[in-house]
Design a protein around this ligand. Structure first.
Ligand SMILES: *Cc1c(COP(=O)(O)O)cnc(C)c1O
Length: 236
């Protein structure tokens, strides 16, 4: 992956991140809870990622393909940065990332839970996970159907080497920004009503929702972690 880190691009990144930070502050509407800005780094070269994390205090990055994560991993400076896995994850690839990521956002099957638990146990760690919920009930999308969330949380509570930290969703693409509200509000209801009922004492619960076209709405609806690619790095 060839770098694009010209002075012009550096200035653009600074501007983008400053714009995003003020939009996040505005969307919080005066409540002072923290919202984590996770940079979604697919197709972004490692030196650009290192520049952004080093220069602007970004503490979370997310890759969504195992192959790409492995290609960049050795070049990433993760001293003050947590690497998340945010894409859909095949069971047979868990072993490649289990020692490299701090959290998996896309737990959506019992089979995957079993394998994350097994691989985490092997290396003596407990893996933080988010359960992905398919809030738009779209057929070709990953995620647990809303009606199955409660039973799924029960099923995965037996795994000692998995720690559920919250929920993640990818909303259906909406034409108008206001159309996102119903999906995000519904997800937030699962986050505040169902999750604590099933999982007690979750340490600092995370609701991972909102991407470039929807993060302000997501924050208004309770998101405390937004995953942003395009608005940070420009069009892929
Ligand atoms: C790419 C990606 C994002 C960021 O998408 P943008 O629209 O570029 O902000 C967020 N979440 C996941 C899972 C992604 O794959």
């Amino acid at each position: 992956m060839k770098t694009r880190l010209s002075n012009e691009y550096k200035a653009q990144l600074a501007q983008n991140i400053s714009d995003i930070k003020s939009k996040i502050d505005k969307a919080k509407q005066g409540n002072n809870k923290d919202v984590t800005l996770l940079c979604a780094t697919k197709t972004v070269p490692a030196d650009v990622i290192n520049y952004v994390t080093g220069e602007f205090g970004i503490t979370a990055i997310g890759e969504n393909r195992v192959q790409e994560l492995l290609e960049k991993y050795d070049q990433l400076d993760l001293t003050n940065v947590e690497l998340h896995f945010i894409g859909s994850l095949q069971t047979n690839k868990v072993k490649y990332i289990i020692d490299k990521v701090c959290m998996i956002h896309s737990l959506d099957s019992l089979k995957l839970a079993k394998e994350i638990d097994r691989q985490a146990k092997k290396i003596g760690r407990v893996m933080d996970v988010l359960v992905e919920i398919n809030i738009g009930e779209e057929e070709n999308k990953g995620g647990i159907m809303p009606s199955e969330l409660e039973s799924f949380l029960d099923e995965i509570s037996v795994f000692d080497n998995i720690r559920v930290r919250g929920l993640m969703t990818i909303a259906p693409n909406c034409e108008r920004n206001e159309d996102y509200y119903k999906y995000f509000e519904k997800t937030n209801r699962f986050f505040i009503d169902i999750l604590p009922k099933k999982m007690h004492n979750i340490y600092s619960p995370i609701l991972s929702m909102g991407m470039s076209d929807s993060f302000e709405t997501a924050i208004e609806c309770g998101s405390n972690l937004v995953r942003l690619g395009t608005v940070v790095f420009g069009q892929r």
